[in-house]
Structure formats: C-alpha cells, structure tokens
Design a protein around this ligand. Structure first.
Ligand code: ATR
Length: 270
C-alpha cells in the first residue's frame, strides 16, 4: 500500500496540490498517494483522527484551516510559530502532530532561485496584513531586505504585523493610500485578487527595474499582475511558482527528498 497524504481545506475541488505531489512522486520514485479533503475548522481534529486511522502520514492545510492546524499541532517549527499558521502537518508515529509552515520559503525560493531576484538591501512593499502576509514576513526578512513596508486597507492590522516582526530588521507600516516612495519589489498578499479586484494603491510606487509578485494566481493574469505591467515592472509574477515551491518543501519534510520544481511549474503553466 502506498503512503498516504492529502490536502485539506474549503474550497478544495480546484486545488492543484494532488497534481503537484503526484508529479513529485513520479519524478523521485517515491510511492505516495495524495488526496484532497473538504474540511471545516471545527471538524479538523476529527478529520486528522480518521486520516491517522487510514494510516495517513501527512497533511497540507489550506484556507480556512491554517490557524486551527496551528492550534492543534503539538510541536511547531520556528517559522510556523512566527507565522501563527500551519500549512504542513506531519503525523508522527507516537500520535503527536508536528506543524510547519512552508509558504514563506516557497515565496522566497520562487523569487530568488526560479527568477533570480536578489533581496539584499532592497526596499520591499507588502500589500495586506492577513494570514497570508504573516506567513511570509520572516523568510523574506531573512534574505537581507533593506527595508520592508507593510501596507494594509486597515492600518491597525499592518501596525500589528510590523510590530510582531520588528526584531528582524526595519519594518514599517502604513495605510494603502499613504504609501510613499519607490520600491524594488511589491508583493500583493491581499485577498482582493480572489474577487478580481485590485487593492487601492497609488501609481508611481514601483522603482525603475522593480518587480511585482502576486501571491495569488489564476488561469488569466490577475488584476495586480495587469497593474504591475502598466507600471513598467521588469518582472510581473503570479503565485503559481510559490504554490509549487511550498509543496516541494512539504514533500521534503515528509519524504526527506527534494523534488525538482521547474518541470512541475512548466507542466502547470502548459
Ligand atoms: P488571508 O489568510 O488570505 O491573508 P485574511 O487574513 O482574511 O486572509 O486577510 C485578507 C487581507 O486582504 C487583509 O489584509 C485585507 O485587508 P483588511 O485587513 O483591511 O480587511 C485584504 N483585503 C481583502 N480584500 C481587499 C480589497 N478589496 N482591497 C484591499 N485589501 C483587501
């Protein structure tokens, strides 16, 4: 019988994770089966118990269960602790749950390794201050960013996140309409794109040669990717590469084998 893994969340039907992990398994020769589970937060403990009884070994956790998974984990990595969210669960043999968060490293790898972005000393703007943003601040700051500005529609939330990570370097906060100066990299971590909207941001905030990254992806260019092209971005990337990279890091945690991501990204773009 193949080792069992799954992704759990709501909605889940369109999740690309099964396809991604199956591709990793074929590429590395690992014998795994990867499912998708439709799940609500209040039932997460029950799903995990049942999954364990089915001899499941690991779960990817997605919206809206990442905070609940964080609460349930018996031990957590430093990056999960900082993120306040868990996207990867390891079901240990002794019955305990180990929680990690691979979203941030996924974003960093896609930018740095797949696309060649050099973070050193750069001015980086992050739009949004929800769970998605909280998951990526630490891994980004660890790349040696010069200054980070977190801008959010609700200013108080941006202030809270900036304070939470203040020990990692220069992190400022502001409201979306108060963004000033120019940035080498603008990352959209708001949920605006999910409804096809663009966060209300001023024009002229992207430095010459600057890059833009939308943590969301779609079959068509997102509103933020379109905006970034209009602003003359050197690169306008969506979150598909991040999705594959966070999956690769989870696969590595579970199997101790690091799959190649480029062919899988290419397959999904195909
Ligand atoms: P997630 O886990 O995806 O981060 P979340 O924690 O609900 O979800 O956070 C959603 C983020 O998207 C928030 O920063 C939210 O701004 P507010 O804090 O002001 O609510 C942001 N957001 C959602 N819709 C938006 C829109 N239309 N324009 C700008 N920001 C938006």
């Amino acid at each position: 019988m193949k080792d069992l893994y799954a992704v759990i969340g709501t909605p889940i039907q369109h999740s690309k994770s099964p396809q991604i992990h199956q591709a990793f398994a074929e590429q590395t020769g690992e014998e795994i089966h990867y499912d998708r589970i439709l799940g609500q937060p209040e039932r997460l403990p029950l799903y995990i118990k049942t999954f364990r009884e089915m001899r499941g070994l690991g779960l990817n956790v997605t919206v809206p269960l990442k905070e609940e998974a964080f609460q349930l984990a018996n031990e957590r990595s430093d990056r999960a602790e900082r993120a306040g969210a868990v996207n990867t669960l390891i079901l240990l043999e002794d019955g305990r749950l180990q929680g990690d968060n691979t979203d941030g490293i996924g974003l960093v790898r896609d930018l740095a390794l797949n696309n060649g972005f050099n973070f050193k000393g750069k001015r980086v703007l992050i739009l949004g201050a929800g769970g998605a943003v909280r998951g990526v601040v630490q891994p980004l700051m660890e790349q040696g960013i010069g200054e980070m500005v977190i801008a959010n529609r609700t200013l108080s939330k941006a202030e809270t996140v900036a304070t939470l990570f203040a020990d990692l370097g220069s992190i400022k906060s502001c409201a979306l309409d108060a963004i000033t100066g120019e940035f080498d990299l603008i990352i959209n971590g708001t949920a605006a794109g999910l409804s096809g909207a663009l966060p209300a941001i001023p024009d002229g905030i992207l430095a010459k040669g600057g890059w833009c990254y939308d943590m969301v992806y779609g079959d068509k260019p997102t509103a933020f990717v379109k905006w970034s092209k209009e602003q003359g971005a050197t690169k306008s990337l969506d979150g598909l590469g991040m999705l594959v990279e966070q999956a690769a890091e989870s696969f590595y945690l579970w199997r101790d084998v690091r799959p190649e991501t480029a062919p899988v990204i290419q397959m999904l773009r195909g």
